[in-house]
Structures are given as structure tokens and as C-alpha cells.
Design a protein around this ligand. Structure first.
Ligand SMILES: [Zn+2]
Length: 99
């Protein structure tokens, strides 16, 4: 199975951008569900997140993707998340001089 990682990790600036839609699903559904599962199974915080992410990557590798390209794709998306968080942080800075 060949995976076009650029196709699924690059924002295309369209209304139905694959990267944005996937990130929305992760943010609104997957992240809260994982936090709830960790709590209900009394697992340390982020235990399921780490193993879940690795398990999904292992599934991609078992499906024929190379580990290097999977790691590169995940690193690219992590960079994207960090850049977004930095942008959001700038937007959330309280106005100065109002205290
Ligand atoms: Zn996008």
C-alpha cells in the first residue's frame, strides 16, 4: 500500500482541507475520548495517548508504509500543531495596560 503523506499532511487552503478536517476530528473527538479512557481505566495521564499514537503508526507500517516516512509525516504534523499553538498563544495574549 502506498500512502501519499504529503497529500494527507499538507494544508491545501480549501474549505475541505484534509489536514484541517483530520485535526478537527482529533481535537473534538479523539483527544477528549483518550483523556476519558485514561481516567476511567486509571492509566497515567498520556499513557493511552502515547500507546495509541504508536499503535496507529505501527498499523501504518504493517500496512506497508516505511517507518521513516511515517516518522517524517508525524514530525511534520507535530510542527504544524506547535506552530498553530504558538499562533493561538499570540492571539490569546491579554491586552496590555488594562490591569
Ligand atoms: Zn488545512
Amino acid at each position: 500500500m502506498s500512502i501519499d503523506f504529503d497529500d494527507i499532511t499538507t494544508h491545501d487552503q480549501s474549505d475541505d482541507c484534509v489536514a484541517c478536517r483530520a485535526q478537527d476530528i482529533v481535537g473534538y473527538s479523539l483527544v477528549p475520548a483518550v483523556a476519558t479512557w485514561e481516567e476511567s481505566y486509571q492509566l497515567p495521564r498520556h499513557a493511552l495517548a502515547v500507546h495509541g499514537a504508536a499503535g496507529l503508526m505501527a498499523y501504518m507500517i504493517q500496512s506497508g508504509a516505511g517507518r521513516d516516512e511515517v516518522e517524517r509525516a508525524v514530525a511534520k504534523v507535530l510542527d504544524d500543531y506547535e506552530a498553530q499553538a504558538a499562533d493561538d498563544g499570540l492571539l490569546n495574549v491579554p491586552p496590555q495596560g488594562t490591569a
